[in-house]
Design a protein around this ligand. Structure first.
Ligand SMILES: [Zn+2]
Length: 80
């Protein structure tokens, strides 16, 4: 089930991430997030859980960097 909360964008372009959502994702003040645009949506994800290249779900950790298998394949293709 999707939850939604309506928030205004302030005069400098900022929004506050609702506290219930931050708690659901275990996000703390000063944590980094990754922001992507997909079609007509802005997606904010916890940085530590995201592929460093595309922002998708990661499943590989390489040299301290989280990466998804799709990006790993693309990088592998560049090396050949
Ligand atoms: Zn990726």
């Amino acid at each position: 089930m999707k939850r939604q909360i309506v928030r205004p964008i302030d005069e400098t372009g900022r929004i506050v991430l609702p506290k219930p959502f931050r708690e659901m994702l275990n996000l703390s003040i000063k944590d980094d997030v990754i922001i992507t645009v997909e079609n007509d949506a802005i997606i904010v994800k916890k940085f530590a859980n995201s592929c460093a290249f595309c922002g998708g779900d990661h499943d590989i950790k390489f040299g301290g960097v989280l990466i998804c298998s799709d990006c790993a394949k693309k990088i592998g293709g560049l090396a050949q």
